[in-house]
Design a protein around this ligand. Structure first.
Ligand code: MG
Length: 156
């Protein structure tokens, strides 16, 4: 068994949709970045690559490459699944935490879990997504950005 950890953070800006775990969340701000800036999926991708000792997201999907500009990170997640499977691993489960002051993800959490499970061809009950505020402290607490952590387990 191999464990991997992933982390990501993106800045909140005007004029961008907020996409978390492949789901568009209604909010007045969105995340800035290449692709759709889906901070949660980027953390999960890095956790998967980390568990397989297969580099990181920037190496596999460089932001200088126009092929990935504006791409849905769900596609990148599915491609990452191929990378770890080609190395002989099977994904056992995903746990994750999104750190944001607002909006509340409570109503969207199961839809996010479904999206991730679908892209990874995993049963719903092997994908966990949690949301926490940082009680007003730091960049997430001030609403300047959103951060995410993920842990995955690979078997192989
Ligand atoms: Mg990112």
């Amino acid at each position: 068994m191999r464990v991997g950890i992933g982390y990501d953070a993106h800045r909140l800006v005007e004029g961008r949709p907020l996409v978390l775990g492949g789901v568009e969340i209604p909010y007045r701000l969105g995340l800035e970045g290449w692709s759709d800036a889906d901070v949660l999926l980027h953390a999960i991708i890095d956790a998967m690559l980390g568990a397989a000792a297969a580099g990181d997201i920037g190496e596999h999907f460089p932001d200088a490459d126009p092929a990935y500009r504006g791409i849905s990170s769900l596609k990148l997640l599915a491609l990452t699944r191929n990378v770890v499977e080609d190395k002989g691993f099977t994904l056992s489960g995903v746990d994750s935490v999104v750190i944001l002051q607002e909006p509340s993800l409570r109503a969207h959490r199961d839809r996010i879990r479904e999206c991730i499970a679908e892209a990874l061809l995993l049963p719903f009950d092997r994908v966990s997504v949690k949301a926490k505020t940082s009680e007003g402290m730091g960049f997430t607490g001030r609403g300047e950005g959103i951060a995410a952590y993920a842990v995955v387990l690979l078997e192989g």
